[in-house]
Design a protein around this ligand. Sequence first.
Ligand code: SF4
Ligand code: SF4
Length: 91
Amino acid sequence: MLANYGYTDGSGDYFLTIDTDQCDGCARCITACGENVLEMAKDDYGKLVAKVRDQVAPKLSYVCLGIERGCSRREKSCQTECELNAITLTW
Ligand code: SF4
Ligand code: SF4
């Protein structure tokens, strides 16, 4: 299942998507994120997967740097650490 977090506003599309079928619950993305965007939680089927924290989802574009705006300049990000390519971002 694709779990989409984020929104569209006047300045663009800000979505972080986690493919929960791909996610194996390794939690490397949580450790890599210096902005505390992500956490582990059980999905509807009881599988432990990564998700965007509920408090962050409504303000995602302000908390999450996005790959183009910041995380591509970091040695580690949620995407570089996810060996299963389960995370995609729209900005
Ligand atoms: S790094 Fe990828 S596989 Fe590991 S918990 Fe995060 S999304 Fe899931
Ligand atoms: S793009 Fe950067 S700030 Fe956003 S969730 Fe991934 S590691 Fe965290």
